[in-house]
Design a protein around this ligand. Structure first.
Ligand code: NAD
Ligand code: TDX
Length: 358
């Protein structure tokens, strides 16, 4: 790691802190940095859950505000009330399948919401050269799809394919435009697929665990040969902490787990772990695997070349995929109340819409 920090966070606006990655981040950082104030701003969509944050809700350095980042007046009021030194921007509509069903919410939250934040930061920070940072959490999906070989690098051109990734790519372009035009001090990270505690069970890994628990069919899109690069969410949160404090202003970092698997291999691995943890007959849950029609425009493969962050900032993942998946399966099996609470009527309606007649 470089010797000296490049940024010293004091008052941090965390957007989307009630979601999967945001809550994992706050659960770690609020106790770790008692002298730093964290203001969590979240709209509490179906994906936001304050239950995740119960252990820090009374911490003296933590505040929750319910607001929509695309609501300009609400965001300006926040910037009037707090003197933010730092913005860590997680808030987004994050599920590709939902973006295919209803794209406009993605443009509003992911693209417009980001520009509203950038504009508020530019007004609040002016052209002051004091220590400020806008940290934008983006995704590897902005680069499109890889073939069997090679990885996404810092030179890979943008080529988003889904409404979700297009809305994130547009946001990335605006972040760079604000850096270039107004000198806003920004950092962008493009990360691969995360997994771990508190992930909403619309995403592949928690969906597989939950359906296996309920002995329901496990829907695998197409032939299951698509490849994702899986990173444990705690490794991602540590990477963000490092990039924020030690990364160069204006830099982009690619963050990945070297955890490439085909979806079918991954699903089998998760099911075998569930069987082992529940004492079921080994490999018995594999019979639940059901091939369903493919996701429209389904990207074939994602993989990250994370050399730059490793070589410049010394970050690398700590979890192996096997250990991370075992810990994740155990977490879901021991948090059935959390699962029950998020699997409400709106989840069932979504599930019916997404998976009926596939
Ligand atoms: P998530 O869907 O679990 O959580 C998103 C949070 O943002 C929720 O709490 C939601 O209520 C909030 N939110 C949504 N729209 C909002 C709005 N308009 N105003 C305020 N709050 C709003 O998502 P996640 O998986 O935690 O992803 C967080 C960020 O990381 C996203 O920007 C996503 O694009 C990015 N990312 C995710 C992954 C992944 O694998 N999950 C990988 C790379 C990058
Ligand atoms: O039921 C399913 N069956 C299936 O085969 C689901 C939900 C998914 N899949 C496949 C599609 C993908 O190839 O599994 C893979 C992973 O799917 P998701 O969990 O939906 O993730 P993905 O589409 O890869 O996007 C994720 O990683 C990048 C996050 O949702 C994004 O927010 C992040 O930016």
């Amino acid at each position: 790691m470089p010797a000296a920090p490049t940024h010293h966070p004091q008052c941090v606006l965390v957007t989307g802190g009630a979601g999967f990655i945001g809550s994992n981040f706050l659960l770690k950082m609020v106790p770790r940095y008692p002298d730093v104030r964290f203001i969590n701003v979240d709209k509490l969509t179906y994906a936001g859950n304050l239950l995740n944050l119960q252990s820090i809700e009374d911490a003296p350095n933590y505040v929750f505000v319910r607001a929509d980042i695309a609501d300009r007046n609400a965001v300006l009021r926040l910037f009037d009330r707090y003197r933010f030194t730092t913005i860590i921007h997680f808030a987004a509509e994050s599920h590709v399948d939902r973006s295919i069903l209803a794209p406009l919410a993605f443009v509003e939250s992911n693209t417009l919401g980001t520009v509203v934040l950038l504009e508020a930061a530019r007004r609040a920070w002016g052209d002051s050269s004091t220590d400020r940072r806008f940290f934008h959490v983006s995704t590897d999906e902005v680069f499109g799809s890889l073939g069997e070989e090679s990885c996404f690098t810092l030179d890979t051109p943008y080529d988003p394919h889904s409404p979700y990734s297009a809305s994130k790519a547009a946001a990335d372009h605006f972040v760079r435009a604000y850096a270039h035009t107004y000198g806003l001090p920004v950092t962008i990270s493009n990360c691969s697929n995360n997994y771990g505690p508190y992930q909403f069970p619309e995403k592949l890994i928690p969906l597989v665990i939950n359906n296996a628990l309920e002995k329901r069919a496990i829907p695998v899109y197409g032939t299951g040969q698509n490849v994702r690069d899986w990173l444990h969410v705690e490794d991602h949160c540590e990477a963000i902490d490092t990039m924020l404090q030690y990364g160069a202003a204006g830099a982009t970092y690619l963050v990945g787990g070297h955890g490439e698997r085909t979806n079918l291999d991954l699903v089998r691995l998760v099911l075998d772990l569930v069987d082992e943890e529940l004492g079921r007959i080994p490999e018995s849950s594999r019979r639940l695997i059901t091939f369903v029609s493919d996701r429209p425009g389904h990207d074939f493969r994602y993989a990250i070349d994370a050399r730059y962050i490793r070589e410049t900032l010394g970050w690398q993942p700590r979890y192996t995929l096997n250990d991370g998946l075992r810990a994740t399966v155990r977490w879901y099996l021991s948090h059935r109340e959390w699962l029950k609470q998020v699997l409400d009527a709106s989840y069932r309606t979504y599930y019916e819409t997404q998976y009926a007649n596939r």
